[in-house]
Design a protein around this ligand. Structure first.
Ligand SMILES: Nc1nc2c(ncn2[C@@H]2O[C@H](COP(=O)(O)OP(=O)(O)OP(=O)(O)O)[C@@H](O)[C@H]2O)c(=O)[nH]1
Length: 777
């Protein structure tokens, strides 16, 4: 059945203009995979929790034994395959799933299984050698970066997976930066060591150069590419060789024994040198270890015990001074068990991370809602991480962001698409809650309003002592997720007017799950507009509406989300004089707008007031003025795109005492529109960073195509036998690029796109765009 479904989807995709290179790439592989009936019958996703081997997960473990870990990487590096092996070796699944067969545990959405890509992050809980691991498999595709970001916030550590034949790729850099932002200690796993161009040395070098970090080599591979068969653990000097049993090569059977000089003198010397280098590196970064090395063991590093070295590696990893590097091949079932050991050994427990806000809550509940799933039967399921106190089913909690009390009915432990009911959730742990109707991604949840007030008081006192100006509420909120603005939009129509309400409901559920999806109504046509992070993002939403909500919708052509800005300064006065009933509403406003320059785009107008105005301005009136200014910037005067990079000064304002705030907003808004028009509008277009990995044979074809797309090539790098072209290209020129690149390079090239900046169109391009939008060409 999978085979049939997949073939149908392949055909659909091939005829779709929204196709994405990566989708094609994986589809081609899907074709050659033979999906047997056996695969379908072996995995049963709708099975009751009996499929879950261990129920130890029901008990709350000691906090020092919890690891909240994310798996992150460039698309296709092997995150899902690695996660699947972890689940298998930990005993949570009895058969190995395969991304190419569409039957992995964490890629459980239909679209993920069909396409072989991760779309939603999946939280899985399992135990490994007395440690509880809450693991989140995150998407690698750039369209789902927000999904990665919101998960990173609740992680204590991460495994960065690399394709050992490619080293650091474009999206690796993005997720690495995200992890830096959240100060998450990491381990690197060089996967795909079995691939023909795999190179341990190359991959390590690229980590050093591109990620500007200090890799600590904890393993050396035995063999590379086809000959890859095991590892040497440099810390313990043990050789680990995987041995298939006669009927099964699932990687469970491996031998770990001390490497002796007699076994392999060359390898022995290599390991000896690598261990000495590791010891020197760690001693340079950790004073306690340096003392040990320089003192009693300075003559003979062999005497330094594995335990002492491991503790020191742990300290430098937690202090972000260096990153342990391991290697293996998830697909060939090698290297994953030592990776699991390294996760428990080198990544932090929740209580080893420092969070300033915890002191304000004392032992009271403080939790963060970090992801919402919409379950048709149970309603919204909210993933939460508890930082302090505990959560219990059938209890009321207070949402600080929404200022409301909500009742939680049940607590569930997530096991991909299966859930196990639990009686409580303790600090450091992650679970799903049922019953929270208001809470959304990024909300802070505490036990009661009184507890929030008490914590705010403590936070305020602390801020005063440290002479910081933080508002009480802001300091209590755990940082929100930054959602970048969408770059694509299109209209979406239900099959009939009768289905409009169903479509609205479906979209509001999907929006709660996915904050990067924006939905708005076109003020002129009344049509519903979908705004997304990329072609694939919109395609997936369209598909989900059909499959999960049973609504066959029609998408309009995909359009680019441009921006508008002003060319010069302008000053305008406007007046509103209206009598409604027996009240006269009278306002005069004078506004000045100026273009703002700077490296970073500022999407909201920066507002200030002339001294004569600000002196006696009540707070509510100020709110009404700013509302009016903001509203007119949401839809610019030329094409209705948001206006960015402007400064606004309210030069003067007269308001009759009876005037309502709505009338003030209306007058200011109209005045603002006039000012923007007078200042002259410039359209800005999204320009993307494009990275194409292409073989030497197809390089010139790819380059000449780029030249026709207004692309500017910034760099051409070598990556093993391939070339990597780094370029900046306007998004408008990239429609259907996957299809073109595929035919130019016989399907051998891959590419990634990421928003870089918004740049001004020249006057010719701008007038051509205006004509197109007005339907004149
Ligand atoms: N040769 C080889 N292929 C691998 C290995 N691990 C994964 N793959 C293959 O690489 C492709 C991508 O694997 P995934 O596990 O889906 O990668 P991912 O990083 O989860 O992908 P996204 O979630 O879509 O970003 C699949 O075809 C896997 O079979 C490996 O160790 N060796």
């Amino acid at each position: 059945m999978w085979k049939v479904m997949r073939r149908v989807s392949v055909d659909l995709l091939e005829s779709s203009s929204l196709c994405n290179k990566q989708v094609y790439f994986r589809k081609t592989k899907m074709r050659v995979v033979s999906v047997t009936q056996q695969n379908c019958s072996l995995r049963n996703y709708s099975a009751p929790p009996g499929d879950v081997k261990s129920l130890r997960s029901v008990i709350n473990p000691d906090i020092s034994r919890i690891r909240n870990i994310g798996i992150m990487a460039h698309i296709d590096a092997g995150k899902t395959t690695t996660t699947e092996r972890m689940l298998y070796y930990s005993g949570y699944i009895r058969t190995l799933g395969d991304v190419d067969d569409g039957d992995t545990v964490t890629d459980f959405m239909v679209q993920e299984r069909e396409r072989g890509i991760t779309i939603q992050s999946a939280a899985v809980t399992f135990d490994w050698k007395d440690y509880r691991i809450n693991l989140i498999d995150t998407p690698g595709h750039v369209d789902f970066t927000v999904e990665v970001e919101r998960c990173l916030r609740v992680l204590d550590g991460a495994v960065a997976v690399f394709d050992a034949s490619a080293g650091v790729e474009a999206q690796t850099l993005t997720v690495w930066r995200q992890a830096d932002k959240h100060q998450i200690p990491r381990i690197c796993f060089l996967n795909k060591m079995d691939k023909s161009r795999a190179s341990f040395t190359y991959a390590v070098e690229s980590i050093k150069q591109k990620l500007k970090t200090k890799p600590l080599l904890l393993q050396l591979p035995i063999g590379e590419a086809k000959t890859f068969r095991g590892l040497v653990d440099i810390v313990t000097k043990e050789k680990i060789i995987w041995k298939p049993t006669s009927d099964l090569d699932d990687g469970k059977n491996f031998e770990r024994k001390l490497l002796l000089e007699a076994d392999d003198p060359n390898l022995f010397q290599e390991v000896q040198d690598a261990r000495n280098t590791l010891i020197e590196q760690v001693a340079d970064l950790d004073d306690e270890f340096a003392e040990l090395v320089l003192g009693e063991h300075s003559e003979n590093f062999d005497l330094i015990s594995a335990e002492k070295l491991q503790s020191a590696i742990r300290r430098v990893t937690l202090a972000h001074k260096a990153v342990p590097v391991l290697c293996g091949s998830a697909l060939k079932n090698k290297g994953v068990q030592p990776l699991l050991d390294a996760i428990t050994m080198y990544l932090p427990a929740p209580n080893e991370r420092s969070y300033e806000f915890l002191q304000w809550y004392k032992d009271d509940l403080c939790a963060l809602a970090f992801k919402v799933l919409h379950d048709k039967c149970r309603g919204p399921l909210v993933f939460v991480r508890v930082y302090s106190g505990s959560l219990k089913p059938q209890s009321a909690v207070y949402n600080i962001n929404k200022s409301c009390t909500e009742r939680m009915s049940r607590l569930l432990l997530p096991f991909a698409d299966q859930h196990i009911e639990i009686p409580s959730l303790m600090p450091g742990n992650i679970a799903l809650t049922v019953g929270l109707k208001q809470s959304a991604t990024g909300d802070t949840i505490v036990s009661s309003k009184a507890s929030a007030v008490a914590a705010a008081r403590r936070a305020g006192r602390d801020a005063r002592e440290k002479k910081r100006s933080v508002s009480d509420v802001d300091s209590l909120l755990l940082a929100g997720v930054e959602i970048p603005d969408p770059v694509f939009f299109c209209t979406i129509e239900p099959p009939s007017m009768a289905k409009q309400q169903d479509l609205d409901n479906a979209l509001s559920c999907l929006q709660r799950e996915d904050p990067s999806l924006k939905v708005k109504i076109d003020p002129d046509t009344g049509q519903t507009i979908l705004c997304g992070m990329g072609e694939l993002h919109i395609e997936i939403i369209h598909d989900r509406i059909k499959r999960e909500y049973g609504i066959e919708t029609y998408l309009g052509p995909l359009q680019i989300a441009y921006r508008e800005t002003i060319l010069s300064a302008a000053q305008v006065t406007d007046m509103l004089d209206k009598t409604v009933g027996d009240k006269r509403h009278f306002v005069t406003a004078e506004l000045e707008v100026r273009p703002r320059s700077g490296d970073r785009a500022v999407t909201k107008p920066i507002i200030d007031y002339a001294e004569s105005v600000i002196g006696e301005l009540p707070k509510e009136l100020q709110g009404a003025i700013e509302n009016g200014i903001m509203n007119s910037c949401i839809q610019g005067p030329l094409l209705g795109f948001p206006v960015q990079d402007i400064d606004v000064t309210v030069q003067s304002l007269t308001v009759h005492p009876d005037t309502s705030h709505t009338m003030v907003s209306a007058c200011v808004s109209r005045c603002m529109q006039k000012a923007l028009k007078k200042a002259g509008i410039q359209i800005l277009e999204p320009v993307m960073n494009l990275e194409i990995t292409v073989s030497e044979d197809h390089l010139s074809a790819a380059l000449s195509d780029l030249a026709q797309r207004r692309g500017s090539i910034q760099e051409i790098q070598s990556r093993q036998d391939n070339r990597v072209v780094v370029a900046a290209v306007p998004l408008a020129e990239m429609m259907g690029y996957s299809t073109v690149l595929r035919s130019l390079t016989s399907g051998s090239a891959t590419f990634t796109l990421e928003l870089a900046s918004y740049q001004a169109l020249n006057s010719q391009e701008q007038s051509a765009l205006l004509q197109r939008r007005m339907g004149l060409v």
